[in-house]
Design a protein around this ligand. Structure first.
Ligand SMILES: NC(=O)c1ccc[n+]([C@@H]2O[C@H](COP(=O)([O-])OP(=O)(O)OC[C@H]3O[C@@H](n4cnc5c(N)ncnc54)[C@H](OP(=O)(O)O)[C@@H]3O)[C@@H](O)[C@H]2O)c1
Length: 341
């Protein structure tokens, strides 16, 4: 059996290009005692991976991906061979593996079992996994929503934003989103159930759009993008506003990320602006899993996965996601998902 693997070979200068990677064919590794060989099915494409590729000062605290190693990524797969008593051939698992067709989890690594009765197995790395937990931590723990408040979510149709907005809505907020295409805007309102949304690329100005759609000001801003959007929001926050800083994707390619000129408004308004990393909240995962699975299964949380087929499309799928061509969570399906029948 041959393995195909994507190595990270060159930090980008600005946007990620295919030259950052090298695709290599190698033999599938032999598991030793304790190891688990996983046939990968879904590979994750996440914006934080750009931060880990270097060339930007924007992702404090994170380690760069090692050069000349397989791109680390969350993966859903099926055990192909196990020499570990905790896993058996055929089990569905997820873990931090890599952009490759087969991964060897040494000693079982951080593999976790997937319960297929909780929904599609891909959900383990999407709505009932890291992006969903990120949304809950940001909105509930930092945003602390109250009924009647206005919550504004940027990158609102995406993996994290789509869930953040739906949770805020269920907490009784008026929820407004922004995204980069009219198709996404329709999706945010018609499918995800936000009260309003706008296309930040085509409005006359983001500030004018916020004045129109958030006439009572902004109590919670779920920050995903930074730059111009953040600055426009800071001019419109209410007294005591909360700003969970989840990410700032508009700045990830920028070696000198822009800082908002009006950051002083945070203090002036007695607001809380808190950057958070989901890695500091993984202790919530066991409590989160049944909480979110129930809401997805009964339809309270609607979730879209944007699945690109074919391992050889992985690099383009990632670059496309960074440029906004995903509607929902971007994954790559690299081999058959037997649960799809
Ligand atoms: N704090 C944490 O632990 C944590 C965990 C997960 C994710 N995050 C962060 O959460 C944010 C969303 O991540 P996600 O996984 O949900 O990704 P996503 O929203 O599914 O996909 C990324 C989206 O970002 C938008 N985007 C790209 N360039 C932009 C720009 N210049 N200005 C505005 N929007 C832009 C694009 O949508 P448009 O078409 O709308 O432009 C794109 O579809 C990112 O900042 C990410 O780093 C943080």
């Amino acid at each position: 059996m041959q393995n195909r693997r994507i190595f990270f070979v060159q930090p980008p200068k600005g946007p990620v290009t295919p030259a950052c990677y090298d695709v290599r064919d190698e033999p599938v590794p032999e598991p030793q005692d304790g190891d688990v060989l996983v046939r990968n099915i879904y590979l994750s494409c996440d914006p934080y991976m750009r931060g880990r590729m270097g060339g930007t000062a924007n992702y404090p605290g994170s380690r760069d991906f090692p050069l000349d190693e397989v791109v680390p990524a969350r993966v859903v797969g099926q055990v192909a061979e196990s020499r570990n008593p905790k896993f058996k051939k055929g089990d569905f698992v997820w873990g931090f593996l890599g952009w490759e067709l087969y991964s060897l989890a040494k000693g079982g690594g951080d593999l976790r079992m997937i319960d297929p009765s909780l929904g599609p197995i891909s959900h383990a790395i999407t709505v009932i996994g890291m992006p969903g937990l990120t949304a809950r931590v940001g909105i509930l723990d930092i945003g602390k929503p109250k009924p009647g408040e206005t919550a504004f979510i940027s990158a609102a149709s995406g993996a994290v934003g789509s869930v953040a907005g739906q949770i805020a809505k269920q907490e009784g907020c008026i929820v407004v989103g922004s995204a980069g295409s009219d198709r996404k805007v329709r999706h945010i309102v018609d499918v995800l159930g936000f009260d309003a949304a706008f296309n930040y690329k085509t409005v006359s100005s983001i500030g004018a759009a916020l004045d129109e759609y958030c006439p009572n000001g902004i109590d919670i801003y779920f920050e995903n993008v930074g730059g111009e959007t953040l600055e426009a929001v800071l001019d419109r926050i209410n007294q005591g506003a909360r700003i969970p800083v989840c990410g700032s994707i508009s700045q990830y390619d920028n070696p000198e990320p822009s800082k908002p000129k009006n950051i002083g408004n945070v203090e002036a308004k007695g607001a809380v602006m808190r950057k958070f990393s989901i890695y500091d909240h993984m202790d919530q995962y066991d409590d989160f899993l049944p909480w979110i699975a129930e809401r997805v299964m009964d339809g309270r949380i609607v979730y879209f996965e944007d699945i690109v087929d074919g391992f050889d499309n992985t690099i383009d799928a990632f670059i496309g996601m960074m440029n906004g061509d995903n509607l929902g969570k971007r994954l790559v399906r690299v081999s058959e998902d037997p649960t799809l029948g």
